[in-house]
Design a protein around this ligand. Sequence first.
Ligand code: DGP
Length: 119
Amino acid sequence: MSASASEQDCVFCAITRGDIPSDRVYSDDQVVAFRDINPQAPAHLLVAPRRHVASIDQLRDDEALLGRVMSVAVRVAQAEDLAESGYRLATNHGRDGAQTVPHLHVHVLGGRALRGRLG
Ligand code: DGP
């Protein structure tokens, strides 16, 4: 099956394939986790499915992959030793959600006291 135009142009598809280097902390057959290039906290990682999905809005009905991505996000947070002090998982959809990379990813943020407000 040939890749769609969006997959061919997608930076996170290239990262999950390994065509663009990243600081990878976890990978399995479905999901890859790597450090954000522009960290907003001492620990800032991204968890993305290998399959190209534009955002969580397109994954509504795929509970298995949704669960997998969230489960890996928790595993990554724990591996970064964030569980005791706390961490935030966040995912953005669309323009008003401040999504800049149109390939689903969950942010794992921690290592400092995050502000209580999200927007
Ligand atoms: P969002 O606004 O939710 O779409 O966040 C996209 C994040 O992706 C942003 O925090 C910066 C990060 N990012 C963008 N390009 C790259 C890249 O090439 N490598 C890595 N590691 N992170 C990237």
